[in-house]
Design a protein around this ligand. Structure first.
Ligand code: URA
Length: 231
């Protein structure tokens, strides 16, 4: 079986298994992935193509936050129906890489409120437990229609699960959380959907697995390091 067919089959299997999962499949997304994944891309090239990819993801994730159907009249005197863009959203980035995605969300919808969570692995614990170092969320989180949680890479799912735990403690219902992600893997999807089956995930691709260093493969390397030029 070709690699391309294997990836397509795996993505379809994940979509069948998890009904709240959206995987973007446009030609734009596929083409941007080529340059984002290319190890020869310089920092500036990586940032340029990652920003373009995240802009597409930001629009799709915002579309997943819509709640109201609307019909409008066009200048030609005819009707057009669709879901109305929703700005009653809190975008919560998981620092650091999530901030890059946050910029694209704000560029698309400047009215969003912003929250930030910093989570890091405690290397001294056997299971490298994720620890919350900083959390700043707006007051009355339950006033938002949707919470848009942002982290470009879904590897083991440890950080995202910890962030969701914080959001639930702040009074958010699982079904109102949309997690936007550039690249996922089956291990991470299993971890978050088993723990929180009602959340929604929008991603631009699913790769086959994690390697022994917990990197997604074939993947794209360390997203934060490549984006912020700290390799
Ligand atoms: N975080 C990254 O930046 N890359 C991976 O492959 C996994 C987690």
């Amino acid at each position: 079986m070709s690699d391309k067919k294997m990836m397509n089959d795996m993505t379809s299997a994940m979509e069948t298994k998890y009904s709240n999962l959206i995987v973007l499949k446009s030609n734009a997304v596929k083409s941007l992935h080529v340059n984002v994944r290319d190890k020869r891309s310089t920092h500036v090239e990586f940032k340029k193509f990652a920003d373009r990819l995240m802009r597409v993801l930001a629009e799709e994730a915002l579309a997943a936050c819509t709640i109201e159907q609307a019909t409008v009249w066009t200048p030609t005197g005819l009707e057009y129906s669709g879901m109305r863009p929703n700005a009653n959203i809190c975008a919560v980035s998981i620092v650091r890489a999530g901030d890059a995605l946050l910029e694209q969300v704000i560029a698309c919808e400047p009215a969003v409120s912003v929250g930030k969570i910093l989570i890091q692995r405690d290397e001294s614990t056997p299971d490298k437990r994720p620890v919350v170092y900083y959390s700043k969320l707006p007051p009355q989180m339950s006033k938002f229609d949707r919470i848009l949680l942002l982290d470009p890479m879904l590897a083991t799912g440890g950080s995202v699960k910890k962030a969701i735990e914080l959001l639930l403690a702040a009074g958010i219902a699982q079904k109102n959380i949309v997690f936007a992600n550039v690249l996922a893997c089956p291990e991470g999807l299993k971890a978050i959907f088993e723990a929180y089956p009602e959340i929604h995930v929008v991603t631009t691709a699913i790769d086959p697995k994690l390697n022994e260093s917990m990197y997604i493969v074939p993947g794209l390397g360390d997203y934060g390091d490549r984006y912020y030029n700290t390799t």
